[in-house]
Design a protein. Structure first.
Lengths: 787, 153
């Protein structure tokens, strides 16, 4: 395979399959539920069947007497072991929440809240016993609607009301004047439905407290092991050195596995209580009721444009419902806050206002899920763009060309004031129209319409946050590191070991670190072993979230590998009596940089360095391990950008939408492995399509989940998904030598808007319009009948 | 209950409760943890295994129903040369990310590959529509299966 830079060391940018894929395909995956330890017991949780209820007397007699039961654990049993937590951050001024305990006490505030645990020698025995626990429930009125919540009695009396957080951003020129003087003003509401991540591997944790040495080892399917170590230590009142967190294989995360969950915390506390390994793996119903949910937003927006179709003003009002608690430690204010930060972010918007209200309700807590807030902000912005284009008689593509921030305008700011380092909206849009063959597609659409077929074409431009700095969480007091570290070590035989604080959930973290180290050290990636997901074997760092693995962890790896390469050249130079800068590393050897002649192989150098110090010149100390850390400092985020196109066919008789094709142009900076990035983008698009067409946690007015199983909660399946064409523009970030920004979330950010615009393009001739996701056949038919 | 069956080519007998699912018996009694459990109600396909050569949901078959049967899990498929090309294609196309769905996806795909022919992409998509994957966009999975079937045809 020829690479653009066809040097032996050019591994960055190459499509290379992952070692882990071969292991997984051969049945070698090891997830939390696959681990077995001596004396291990299993825990199952009794969860509130009510959305809001006083917890009366609990009778555990029959349960405790069941065969196999080790212990029935009540909420108060854990009080001496674990302290409660509150999901607030100092930089979200006014954000409030109530203390949360591993097991709920007094009043249950959402359906699925764990209130009692049964520990037994098998999960089945624990569940059998749970069925015999008697609880006197006193059901209370549940508040499930955010408007009603804001007007009604507080869920937590001590908080005074149900307004968890509010913020208004107002920037630029006079908003009222801009609307008053506009050529056209368009206005619309939007809603996105509460949905959840549905990781195929449910959340799992196996905690092992060793009483003899007072040490806790937690095997946890988490994205952020160092953060969890900090949190376990803090709430168990243990010194940090007493806690180790290890991630086995993690079966999908998407943000779901980066939060602090009461059942996870209770499992760890119970392990300390019992002094033996305790395993908890959520079943699917528990996943639906106790994983975080996301994206329950109602938005009203207005846009003002002049006669040329230039945007004059954008006004966005977002109301979001987060359940009864703000989730620890990231908080549940972030999603709505992103809507405020991101909306309109790729356009020149002279007058901007965004207003956010975050309401407590009696549904499960919401928090950060893939592309946090972006699917909402992008759908609102791009929905308004299409309305405005229609109002002034412009094609949607032309409207975007007139309003996108110019590619040479950077650095610049979003309408909200957020800083952009360098983006490529015009290049990306031009490329999208090219790969879609946009004009031909419009002709095809017109032809189909003449034959009575309803095709729709939608496009959506967007930005996506990546590589956050300490300004995201650390500044607010959370134990969430914005930096990552990497140690790169030469082995005596010429192999390389990389230990990194970023983590692997299948996206290819370990594969890209292999390629980065291989390029810097001139070795074959197959000779690079990567260690992640262990707080005792990796440097300290934030882990994998917010599309930061490649950009932050990758740069730390590159710098560490470059540092090691320099040390290798120094050592070789001392031995060979050559100036280090005349030497280079290629194909597993130290070579003369000019001629390429091999001077010394890496195994030769490794053996000298580790075993034959007696042969080295005086004063030469080989340093064959190097650690480097990296975090972004100049910009609070390294934004990525892109645009997506969707072609759909609507059946107005049934309301069914068929996805015919989808296109993505993505600028994630330097691409390290296109094989991984492209399918990562596609996976993101498919999750975005899920939110647009299928996924919704349906609740009745009393807060009961109506579709807590995979048969009724629909996610995208292979049969409904289109082929997805992915193309790239590369605008590397100048904050790092690597230049990578992050590719994990952009697909999800842009897809719902592209689908929505395609649907409304198909509905337009029918006089209908729909902006309430998911676009189920019933909603589509209702929209057509409403016209 | 005492149960006798063949698992990955080996005659095996084990004690199971009548209510135990086959997938739990394989995972818990025989430590064949390569198969994963995703929903326990027959929808997600993660626990798909081969029972007498037919792809079945391991969570919808009681262990006692497998009496006398020939069970093949991902561990057995990994040592079965008939599936080498399929596995290699999954790796080459990166048709998996976290790998949790992969053992089931492979068992489902193997059934199509064994049936032979060169199904179009829509037919391949339809065949694997009983298997959730939350990481990929399914496209790489379709590419991998199409690759193997075109190669074999």
């Amino acid at each position: 395979m020829l690479h653009a830079v066809d040097l032996p060391n050019a591994w960055i940018g190459r499509a290379r399959p992952r070692d882990a894929a071969a292991r997984q395909a051969a049945g070698g995956g090891r997830f939390v539920d696959d681990l077995r330890f001596a004396r291990m017991v299993h825990v199952a949780y009794l969860r509130s069947p009510h959305a809001h209820a006083r917890i009366g007397a609990i009778d555990i007699t029959a349960a405790a007497a069941m065969p196999g039961v080790v212990r029935v654990v009540r909420a108060e049993d854990l009080d001496p072991i674990m302290s409660p937590w509150t999901g607030v951050l100092a930089h979200f001024k006014g954000l409030k929440s109530a203390p949360q305990y591993p097991l709920g006490r007094g009043v249950a505030v959402f359906q699925g809240e764990p209130i009692l645990a049964v520990v037994a020698d098998s999960r089945a025995a624990a569940e059998d016993a749970l069925a015999l626990v008697q609880v006197e429930w006193d059901a209370l009125p549940a508040v499930t609607d955010p408007e009603a919540a804001l007007a009604g009695a507080p869920i937590h009396e001590a908080l005074g009301d149900n307004l968890a957080f509010t913020r208004t951003a107002e920037t630029g020129t006079d908003l009222a004047a801009a609307f008053a003087g506009a050529h056209k003003v368009v206005e619309s509401h939007f809603s996105t439905a509460r949905h959840t991540g549905v990781t195929l591997e449910p959340r799992g944790i196996l905690a092992d407290w060793n009483r003899a040495d007072q040490r806790l080892t937690v095997h946890h399917g988490t994205q952020a092991p160092h953060m969890m170590k900090e949190i376990f230590a803090r709430h168990l009142n243990l010194p940090e050195e007493a806690v180790r967190v290890i991630c086995p294989d993690v079966g999908g995360s998407f943000g779901i596995k980066v939060h602090v969950y009461p059942d996870d915390m209770a499992t760890v506390a119970i392990a300390v209580l019992l002094g033996r390994p305790v395993k908890f793996v959520a079943d699917r119903l528990e996943s639906f009721t106790a994983d975080i949910h996301a994206r329950e937003h109602r938005v009203h927006a207005r846009m003002a444009v002049d006669a040329e179709g230039k945007i004059l003003a954008l006004d966005v009002d977002d109301l979001t419902a987060i359940g009864p608690y703000s989730v620890y430690p990231r908080t549940s204010a972030v999603e709505g806050n992103q809507v405020v930060n991101i909306s309109g972010g790729w356009y020149r918007v002279p007058a901007y206002r965004a207003h956010l209200r975050v309401a407590f309700t009696n549904k499960p807590p919401t928090c950060q899920y893939r592309a946090v807030g972006h699917p909402v902000a992008v759908a609102v912005t791009e929905g308004m763009a299409d309305l405005a284009a229609e109002a002034v008689g412009l094609d949607p593509a032309e409207f975007r060309r007139r309003n996108l921030i110019a590619d040479d305008a950077y650095p610049t700011k979003a309408p909200s004031g957020i800083l952009f380092e360098g983006l490529s909206h015009h290049k990306a849009l031009a490329r999208l129209l090219e790969i879609m063959d946009y004009d031909a597609l419009r002709a095809q659409q017109a032809e189909a319409r003449a034959k009575g077929r309803h095709l729709g074409i939608g496009i959506a431009c967007f930005v996506e946050i990546a590589n956050p700095s300490a300004a995201f969480y650390g500044v607010g007091g959370a134990p969430i590191s914005a930096q990552d570290g990497c140690t790169v070590r030469l082995e005596p035989g010429g192999a390389v070991t990389v230990a990194s604080s970023i983590t692997e959930q299948g996206q290819g973290t370990e594969a890209i670190l292999q390629q980065i180290a291989a390029e810097a050290l001139g070795v074959d990636p197959a000779r690079v072993r990567v260690i992640t997901g262990d707080t005792e074997r990796t440097p300290y760092g934030g882990g994998t979230w917010a599309s930061r693995g490649a950009g932050i962890g990758g740069e730390a790896c590159l710098q560490a590998a470059r540092g090691l390469a320099a040390n290798i050249r120094d050592l070789a130079g001392a031995v060979l009596q050559a100036a280090p800068d005349t030497l280079a590393l290629r194909d597993g050897a130290v070579v003369d940089a000019a001629s390429g002649a091999v001077r010394m192989t890496l195994p030769e150098l490794g053996r000298l360095g580790y075993f034959r110090g007696d042969l080295l010149p005086p004063g030469v100390q080989p340093e064959l391990s190097v650690t480097r850390h990296f975090q972004t400092r100049k910009f609070p985020f390294a934004f990525t950008n892109g645009c997506q196109g969707s072609l759909i066919e609507l059946d107005p008789e049934t309301g069914f939408i068929t996805l015919l094709k989808h296109w993505v142009v993505e600028d994630c900076g330097t691409v390290i492995n296109p094989l991984l990035v492209d399918e990562q983008v596609r996976g993101g698009v498919v999750q975005g399509i899920g939110g647009a067409l299928y996924e919704e946690c349906l609740y009745d007015a009393d807060g009961n989940l109506l579709n807590g199983n995979m048969a009724d909660y629909l996610v995208p399946m292979a049969g409904e998904m289109p082929d997805i064409v992915v193309a790239h523009i590369a605008t590397p970030t100048a904050e790092s030598a690597l230049g990578a920004k992050g590719a994990g979330e952009a697909g999800t950010a842009g897809a719902p808007a592209a689908i929505m615009n395609a649907l409304n393009d198909a509905l337009r001739p029918l006089g209908a319009r729909l902006t309430d996701m998911p676009f189920t056949p019933k909603r589509v038919l209702d929209a057509i009948r409403r016209r | 209950m005492r149960l006798a069956l063949t698992v990955n080519g080996q005659a095996t007998s084990l004690d199971v409760e009548p209510r135990m699912h086959l997938i739990d018996a394989l995972r818990e009694k025989l430590d064949l943890t390569g198969s994963h459990v995703g929903c326990e109600h027959g929808v997600c396909g993660a626990c798909t295994i081969r029972l007498d050569g037919v792809a079945v949901r391991g969570c919808l078959v009681l262990a006692v129903q497998a009496e006398g049967c020939d069970v093949q899990t991902v561990e057995g498929m990994a040592e079965d040369a008939r599936f080498d090309a399929l596995r290699a294609a999954f790796v080459a196309h990166n048709a998996l990310q976290c790998g949790y769905c992969t053992p089931g996806m492979l068992a489902a795909a193997a059934e199509l590959v064994e049936a032979g022919g060169t199904p179009d992409r829509a037919a391949i998509r339809a065949h694997i529509s009983g298997n959730y994957c939350r990481c990929t966009g399914y496209q790489a999975v379709v590419d991998a299966i199409a690759d193997v079937m075109e190669g074999a045809a």
